[in-house]
Write a protein that binds this ligand. Structure first.
Ligand code: GDP
Length: 360
């Protein structure tokens, strides 16, 4: 696939950043995802956005275009950003890879009109437990009384268009929310005032309806990841892959949707997956992705690939996947691998999945 071309960073290849969206119900997670995804879709090819299985891929070129107004001279070293399509903390809990979060970064959405809500705090605790960096999208700024829309503008530019009352109201709410985060033991600050990144979490005011602040959000995600996660984002050949969903698809039987975090998968690879009735050893029959967005999408048809490189969302067809378990790792059997040992390590995920089910 063309989008995942690698960019050399001091001799190292970096893979795309994987990001998920969390927050309280109705804070605007879905809408924000639509907004991030939607802006350039109408322009078709120029956007270069591709819809994947369970995720949307934004090539660096798209991010560069959308953040141009910020004049940050964004040197993008990653090939792009992969945003997981299912918002919410259920997907985050399932999205694990070798015990840690599959997501490199998260967007925590807070409704500016409501402040911190119960699921905001739950999300916050999950993120802290997994040591996942995040940015706060303080969403629905357009709900502030008298807000003047500045479609897709950087937030500072949008604020300059607002009258005094709107700015005062915004500052008041911001202050209140910073206090609420403080009560949770977290320092937060507007992202462009944050001099202490790493210790203090950044807030970007956004509107998922009119797009203000969305360029800032994208730029922050990429810059922060590049600055602090070079090691984690370094492409390696060893396959790291997590099962998102197990689905029956007409004409394909039981398939698994996976996120390939690192490495490369091939048609014909022998794989081991954790199954409800024991380890599943099978062979990849097909590696599938949806057709690019500009093409007419015919339901049920997919692009076939001989091989696919990380990071990507992929549908895999193979025999015997009926009892595969979402949230576990997929292993590829190499020529020197001991298959019994791989079966054992594949089943190690079972315990953590079961304990998660127990808790919920
Ligand atoms: P989710 O439950 O977090 O995924 O929230 P949704 O994305 O479904 O949004 C919940 C409601 O809030 C919907 O009616 C959205 O249209 C609305 N909404 C979301 N974001 C914004 C925003 O930035 N501004 C305004 N005015 N409404 C929003």
């Amino acid at each position: 696939l063309a989008p995942n071309e690698f960019i050399e960073e001091g001799g190292e290849k970096l893979r795309s950043i994987i990001c998920c969206i969390m927050g309280h119900v109705d804070s605007g997670k879905t809408k924000l995802l639509d907004c991030i995804r939607g802006t350039n879709v109408q322009e078709g090819e120029a956007g270069g956005i591709t819809q994947q299985i369970g995720a949307t891929y934004f090539p660096a070129k798209n991010i560069r275009e959308r953040t141009r107004e910020l004049k940050a001279d964004a040197k993008l070293k990653v090939p792009g950003l992969l945003v997981i399509d299912t918002p919410g903390h259920e997907s985050f809990t399932n999205l694990r890879s070798r015990g840690s979060s599959l997501c490199d970064l998260a967007i925590l959405v807070v409704d500016i009109t409501h402040g911190l809500q119960p699921q905001t705090i739950e999300s916050l605790n999950l993120l802290r437990m997994r040591n996942t960096e995040f940015i706060i999208a303080l969403n629905k700024v357009d709900r502030l009384y008298g807000w003047k829309t500045c479609k897709n503008a950087p937030i500072v530019k949008a604020m300059k268009q607002q009258n005094k009352d709107v700015i005062n109201e915004c500052n008041l709410r911001l202050k209140k929310i910073i206090n609420e985060f403080q009560e949770q033991g977290l320092n937060t600050e507007l992202y462009y005032k944050n001099k202490d990144m790493g210790e203090t979490f950044s807030i970007v005011p956004t509107s998922a309806i009119s797009g203000e602040g969305v360029p800032d959000l994208l730029l922050w995600l990429v810059q922060w990841a590049q600055k602090t996660m070079v090691e984690k984002l370094t492409y390696v050949d060893e396959v790291q892959c997590t099962v998102l969903e197990v689905k029956v698809i007409e004409g394909h039987g039981t398939t698994i949707d996976v996120v390939l975090v690192n490495g490369e998968l091939h048609e014909g690879d022998q794989i081991v997956v954790c199954g409800l009735q024991g380890p599943i050893v099978t062979t990849i029959r097909a590696l599938l992705t949806p057709h690019p967005m500009k093409e007419l999408r015919v339901k049920g048809t997919y692009l076939h690939h001989k091989e696919i490189k990380a990071a990507q969302g992929i549908k895999i067809t193979a025999q015997g996947l009926e009892h595969a378990i979402a949230g576990t790792s997929l292993h590829v059997v190499g020529p020197d691998d001991d298959i019994e040992a791989m079966k054992e390590s594949a089943m190690e995920d079972m315990e953590s999945v079961l304990s998660r089910i127990d808790k919920s």
